[in-house]
Design a binder for this molecule. Structure first.
Ligand code: MHO
Length: 252
C-alpha cells in the first residue's frame, strides 16, 4: 500500500469530464431511451470468504470513499457502531459513531493495510470530530475482531503517538459489537450526488448499488479519493466511453 498515493493532488480531469456529462446524457437519452439506459451488469463476486473491518473516522459520507477504491475491497457500507442504543438512526444515533464497514478479500488486501489507510485519511488527534464536523458521532475508532487485530491496532496507534507528543491520539480501539447499516440515502453518498456516474454504471437499483464493487470504486472516484493512478485510469475509461458513445461502464 503506497501511502503517498492516498493523498492525491486535485486533478481537473473529473471536472472536465463532468462538464461534458450534460451533453452525453442528452446523446445517451437519444441513443438509449429509458429501458435500454438501465442495463444492469452483475458484479463478478469471488467465492473466497471475505473478511470484514469497521472503522469510524468522521462523516461516513467521506469514510466510505476513503476505502472503496482499493483492490481487494469488495464492498463498503456505511452505518452506526460503537454505542449501546439499539437500532440507531441518523437523526437519533445516540452514543454510536458514523462508521464504514469494509468487506475485503484478505488475499488481496490485509487488515494491516486498511489500518494504514485509516491512519493516513483523517486527523486522529482532533477531539471528537473531523474538521468542521464536531461531536461524538465523528470520533475516531478502530473496531477489532479478535486479539491479533487488537494488537495490531494498538501497535499502530502507539506508532502514531510517537510521531508527536504535543497532542494525544484520540482513536479508540474496541471490539466490534453490532454494526447497524445506515439508511439508503447515506450509502454511496458521493456517487449518488453524481447522476452522470450513476448512469454510466447502469443506474443500478438500490440493493445492487449497495452490493456492487464497481459502485464502491466509483463512489471513491466521485469523491476524488481513489489513488491518483486509479483516478486517472478511470478518467481514461470514461473518456473512451464518451468517445464511443456507449454509456455503460462494466469494470475498472
Ligand atoms: N458535514 C456534513 C456531515 C454529514 S454527516 C453524514 C454535512 O454536510 O452535514 O454527518
Amino acid at each position: 500500500m503506497n501511502q503517498s498515493a492516498i493523498t492525491r493532488t486535485p486533478t481537473t480531469s473529473l471536472s472536465t469530464i463532468l462538464s461534458r456529462q450534460l451533453l452525453l446524457l442528452i446523446i445517451a437519452g437519444i441513443l438509449f431511451p429509458a429501458p435500454a439506459t438501465s442495463i444492469r451488469l452483475p458484479d463478478s463476486t469471488s467465492d473466497q470468504p471475505l473478511s470484514t473491518a469497521v472503522f469510524a473516522l468522521g462523516s461516513f459520507w467521506r469514510s466510505e470513499p476513503v476505502f472503496g477504491c482499493f483492490n481487494g475491497v469488495v464492498r463498503t457500507t456505511v452505518g452506526y457502531s460503537g454505542g449501546s442504543k439499539l437500532n440507531p438512526e441518523y437523526r437519533s444515533l445516540s452514543d454510536h459513531a458514523e462508521s464504514v464497514q469494509i468487506e475485503y478479500d484478505p488475499r488481496v488486501i490485509s487488515f494491516r493495510q486498511l489500518l494504514e489507510v485509516f491512519w493516513s485519511s483523517h486527523d486522529s488527534r482532533q477531539v471528537f470530530g473531523q474538521g468542521p464536523d464536531v461531536g461524538n458521532q465523528y470520533r475516531s475508532i478502530i473496531f477489532t475482531n479478535g486479539t491479533s487485530e487488537s494488537r495490531l491496532a494498538a501497535a499502530t496507534k502507539e506508532r502514531e503517538q510517537t510521531k508527536s507528543k504535543s497532542s494525544i491520539v484520540t482513536t479508540q480501539i474496541q471490539p466490534l459489537g453490532t454494526f447497524y447499516p445506515a439508511e439508503p440515502e447515506h450509502q454511496k453518498f458521493e456517487l449518488k450526488r453524481n447522476p452522470f456516474l450513476l448512469h454510466l454504471i447502469g443506474n443500478l437499483p438500490e440493493e445492487e448499488l449497495q452490493q456492487s464493487t464497481l459502485a464502491s470504486k466509483m463512489n471513491s472516484y466521485a469523491a476524488e479519493l481513489c489513488p491518483q493512478r486509479i483516478q486517472k485510469q478511470i478518467d481514461a475509461k470514461i473518456n473512451d466511453i464518451i468517445r464511443k458513445g456507449w454509456p455503460v461502464l462494466r469494470e475498472i
